[in-house]
Design a protein around this ligand. Structure first.
Ligand code: GLN
Length: 504
């Protein structure tokens, strides 16, 4: 009987050969959630009734021979930043407490149309601002590898749900690394697709020019399967690309042979040195050696502007966020705080925004409003946009020489809860390696890259490809997965202590 520890691809096969039903699979995951989520807190909402109803529909469709696709009947968790019709969507913020969207995000609609039962909504840093999920107004998510550690952020809920076998698949969003960095620190796979490859309609915007939704899974093939479900042109998103994507699953299956001959790999010079944990770098170099042994041609590639990526990001992101968050004005959505007496509309807005937004959100609204103000626009926002162009030029030059660029996904393994909470800069540094891809719109994947510190915590290996060449992530990611499994003798997640105990 296929249980929660199977891959999504294996679950899909079991559904197809009739050895399991979607209802049984969905029940098993709901059971797993009720057993472990009190500790992990990956979910903000669990939709037991809705998920079981969708599972029953999937089983009925299968009986009638009307299966909608490979993943029909495989359950999934969705980050709480995507709107779900009839199911609360909070973005991890008090300001949206109790808001029930009247419509589905396109990604969610596609999941429903493909028949994936939605288990619930996952925890996140408020409005996706953070690298640890500690900025959630509803309390932090914990890393299944060590419950005293952070699961990464902002999509720590999605990554932890998948790492703790509460869901075989999840959707995350990545504005500066929020799919890939949680993937790295929880030993899961995370993909940020090419900007515009997956619709942003119904994704509550953090920074429109950077946000992209994508898969969070335990294997590269599972990510490819899910990516194929959610990708595609959407007339409701003006930045959505109309492109004939090649098969991501074919690329993953080809890559799984572990043959890298003919693939040119560039190691980004700037992503090592000070601030990078030695174990993370050591695992990274070992994986590069595995790629070389598998036939890849590896060269070092310098991308000199990448060292300015974080500074540019923390001007562009707050600028866009401050403008996006202006719509939470106490009139249209969620929370409304009415001060005593006869308050003006402005006083209601002020009281609501003061009570509804957390410190990190307020910090970025102030930063963004400042950067956009008339006297400072050229010096800050305008300058940051120029840096963004330089970063895209570095990518363009690099991709003339190599097919993919690689680096560690995050500079460190999972840190302890509370360790960086009062130090915004230390928190921001987690995304050093992931931010350039968002600034330039190129796709990236993080694959589990071995245990990288004395506490046995996981790290991630990042692969970046040119825009529209997402299939390369699957080719190289799957190859590395195969090479790793040979080297480690099995999937990395099997070695997660909090998951390998009696409850497994
Ligand atoms: N950690 C980064 C930030 O705080 C990235 C967030 C994200 O990708 N949503 O902005």
């Amino acid at each position: 009987m296929t249980g929660v520890h199977a891959t999504a691809a294996a679950m899909a096969e079991a559904l197809a050969d009739g050895s399991v039903t979607s209802v049984a699979l969905t029940e098993a995951h709901l059971e797993r959630i009720s057993t472990v989520d009190g500790d992990v807190h990956a979910f903000l909402q669990v939709d037991t009734e809705g998920a079981l109803a969708q599972a029953a529909e999937s089983d009925a469709r299968r009986e009638r021979g009307e299966v909608r696709g490979l993943l029909d009947g495989v359950p999934i968790a969705v980050k709480d930043v995507l709107t779900t019709k009839g199911l609360p969507t909070t973005c991890g913020s008090k300001i949206l407490e109790g808001w029930v969207p009247p419509y589905d995000a396109t990604v969610v609609r596609r999941l429903r149309e493909a028949g994936l039962p939605i288990l619930g909504k996952t925890n996140m840093d408020e409005f996706a601002m953070g690298s640890s999920t500690e900025h959630s107004a509803y309390g932090p998510t914990r890393n299944p590898w060590d419950l005293d550690r952070i699961p990464g952020g902002s999509g720590g809920g999605s990554a932890a749900a998948v790492a703790a076998f509460e869901a075989p698949l999840a959707i995350g969003t990545d504005t500066g690394g929020s799919i890939r960095q949680p993937g790295a620190v929880t030993g899961t796979v995370g993909v940020k697709p090419t900007y515009g490859g997956v619709s942003r309609y119904g994704l509550v915007a953090l920074a429109n020019s950077l946000d992209q939704a994508g898969p969070v899974t335990r294997t590269v093939l599972d990510a490819a399967l899910l990516h194929e479900v959610v990708a595609g042109h959407d007339p409701l998103d003006s930045t959505s690309i109309d492109h004939a994507w090649p098969s991501f699953t074919d690329a993953a299956r080809a890559g799984a042979a572990g043959d890298m001959s003919g693939v040119r790999v560039g190691v980004i010079t700037e992503m090592s040195g000070d601030g990078w944990q030695p174990g993370v770098l050591a695992r990274f170099r070992e994986s590069v050696d595995l790629l070389v042994q598998a036939g890849a041609e590896v060269v070092e590639v310098s991308c000199p502007s990448f060292v300015h990526a974080m500074a540019a990001y923390y001007l562009i992101l707050p600028a866009e966020a401050s403008s996006n968050l202006a719509k939470f004005d106490a009139m249209r959505y969620g929370l409304r705080v009415v001060p005593e007496g006869d308050p003006s509309a402005e006083e209601v807005m002020r009281a609501t925004r003061d009570a509804g937004f957390g410190d990190e959100v307020k910090r970025r609204i102030i930063l963004g409003t400042y950067a956009l103000s008339s006297g400072y626009y050229d010096a800050y926002y305008g300058q940051a946009q120029k840096v963004r162009t330089l970063i895209s030029r570095d990518f363009a030059a690099a991709f003339e020489r190599v097919d993919v660029l690689v680096s560690p996904t995050a500079p460190t393994t999972a840190f302890r809860l509370g360790e960086k909470l009062d130090d915004p800069i230390a928190m921001y540094l987690n995304d050093l390696a992931t931010i350039p891809a968002n600034l330039s719109g190129v796709p990236g994947i993080s694959v589990p890259n071995g245990l990288a510190d004395e506490d046995g915590l996981p790290s991630g290996f990042q692969v970046l490809a040119p825009a529209l060449a997402d299939e390369r992530l699957y080719r190289v990611g799957a190859a590395l997965e195969t090479l790793h499994e040979k080297a480690w003798g099995g999937p990395l997640l099997d070695r997660a202590p909090a998951l390998t105990g009696a409850d497994r």
